[in-house]
Every structure is written in C-alpha cells, then in structure tokens.
Design a protein around this ligand. Structure first.
Ligand SMILES: [Zn+2]
Length: 308
C-alpha cells in the first residue's frame, strides 16, 4: 500500500522526468549556433519589454520584434526536427504541473495514486458501485425490498458518519442474501473517501493467520500489518473457515481486541450463540455489546438461487 510520502515521491519523479526531458531537448537544439543566438535574442527582448513595462516607458517596436523573432524561433525548432512543445515539460498532470498540490491542497492526481493503491490492496469486491444511491432495489423481491432498503439505509448512515462510529458492525443473515455485496458497496464508498480498506473472506483471513503463525519472526510483522492498520477491515462470511488449533480462535480474538481503535465489519450466517460455541464467548460477547457493535440483521432471500 502506498503511503502519502511514497505517492508524493512518484509525483515528484514525474515532474523531474518531464523537466529533464525538456531540458535534454533544449540542450540538443542549443548545439545549433543560430538557435542559440535566437534564444538569447528572445530572452533579451522579453527582458527589455518587461523592464519598460515596469517603468511605464515607451515600448517602440519591441513587441513586433519579439513576435517576429518568436515565429523565426519556432520555425528553426521545426527545421531541426523538433516541435516547440518539445522544449516545454510535458507534465503528467496538467492541473498541478506534477507538483501534487494546488494551493496547499492535494491534487486529484495525488489522490488517485493513493486511491488506486488502496484499491489494488483491498481484495476481491463483488461490485464497483461506490454510491448508495446507485444500488438497484428492483432485483429484490417485493416481500424483501423494504427490508433491504432499511439495511442499506443503516449502512449508508454508517458510511456517512465514518470514522465517528463504534468499532464493529455485524451483518447477520443467511447465505446468499447479499451481505458481501453490501460490504463491497461500503468498501468502495470508504475508498472513495480516501480510507484504506481490506476486504477478506474468513478463509483468506484464516490462511493469513496460519501464515503468520508459521512465519519466521522477522517476517511476521509484514504479514499481519495491513490487517491491523487498515482503516476498515471487512471479514466476510465468518464461520466458513476451518478451525486451525491454536491459530484461528486466538488470532481472531487478538485481532478483535486490538482493532478497537479502527473499524471492522463482519458478515456471518452464524447466530450469536453459534459464534460463542465456535469461537469464544469473549468474541461473541463483544459482538453482542451494543456499545461496541452495531448489529444489522439481513432478512432476505437467497439471491443466488433467484439469479438461476
Ligand atoms: Zn496534479
């Protein structure tokens, strides 16, 4: 994942390269004596014009001479096999000239670099929809439409208030009711807002725990770092993974305890009592605690069966 300073480095590199290329072209052109003289003449003329303008003095025919000289200069550049654009830096971003900032604010080019890096690290999402108003409710049967609208409304509110919301959100509902899709929308909305998101299904997370467990101590940090550091972690379909002894339950518990300063969304088709039974009562009690977890039941139909 790119940090802000790494993204700034990329933008600076773009600028340096664009300016270097322009300078290299100029140096090549300067090997031509006439070009060199013309360049000096143009510079002197423009300096003289600026000086006289500052003093409110008469410009005489300076402006005409400058224009003539400029036309000749451009002709010369073309004669030598270049275009006038070749001696100006071709910035990747025309808005900020590859500075990354405009009036102290991050330019879109810098934001996009960070966003694309966040996206490439996020995991597999079920949709690109990044706006709650673009969710199509017509795919749901009439009996469930109202329920779905209500669920999405809660998620929309959550996303709007983020990060000023309590740390856990638990989406409970049976298989195929569209929980992963909902979380994908939330993830896209968050990434659009510039937050780092990691979307893992419980099996992927479990494999990561195992990898961490077995890894050399020097490598452990890198493996688990994104899971702890991302602004929003989505654990999709908790309960689908195998239980590895000494791995799955303790690491999940540790993750849930330690991500209290960050935000985590969990989807599952398990009930609270099933969670307590499968993992640990300490995990399920946290997920039942209204001060720590928003419980959102998803009462829906199996949309996968419907599609067939
Ligand atoms: Zn820019």
């Amino acid at each position: 994942m790119l940090t802000l300073s790494q993204a700034i480095d990329i933008v600076n590199n773009r600028r340096n390269l664009a300016e270097l290329k322009a300078l290299q072209n100029l140096e090549k052109l300067r090997e031509d004596k006439i070009f060199s003289q013309m360049e000096i003449e143009l510079r002197q003329l423009s300096f003289e014009i600026a000086k006289r303008e500052a003093l409110n003095a008469d410009l005489g025919d300076l402006k005409e001479r400058f224009t003539d000289c400029e036309i000749q200069f451009k002709k010369k550049i073309q004669e030598l096999g270049y275009t006038p654009k070749d001696i100006k830096p071709r910035y990747f971003c025309k808005r900020c000239g590859d500075k990354g900032f405009i009036d102290g604010k991050r330019c879109v080019c810098l934001e996009n670099l960070i966003l694309n890096s966040i996206k490439s690290n996020c995991g597999k999402l079920e949709t690109d929809i990044d706006d709650f108003n673009k969710v199509d409710f017509d795919i749901f049967g009439d009996a469930y439409k109202k329920g779905y609208k209500n669920t999405y409304k809660q998620l929309h509110k959550y996303a709007e208030k983020f990060p000023d919301v309590i740390p856990y959100l638990l989406l409970m509902g049976s298989t195929g009711t569209g929980k992963s899709f909902m979380c994908s929308v939330v993830s896209n909305v968050m990434m659009k807002k510039g937050y780092t998101v990691l979307f893992l299904n419980s099996c992927e997370l479990n494999e990561l725990f195992l990898k961490y467990h077995l890894a050399d101590i020097a490598l452990k940090g890198d493996i688990i770092y994104p899971v702890y550091q991302c602004d929003l972690l989505v654990i999709d379909d908790l309960g689908m993974e195998n239980i590895y002894k000494n791995v799955t339950v303790p690491y999940l518990y540790s993750l849930i305890i330690n991500r209290r300063q960050k935000h985590t969304i969990i989807t599952t088709n398990l009930s609270h009592s099933q969670i307590a039974e499968r993992y640990d009562f300490r995990i399920s009690s946290r997920l039942m605690d209204k001060n720590l977890t928003i419980n959102v039941p998803v009462l829906g139909e199996d949309l996968r069966l419907k599609k067939r």
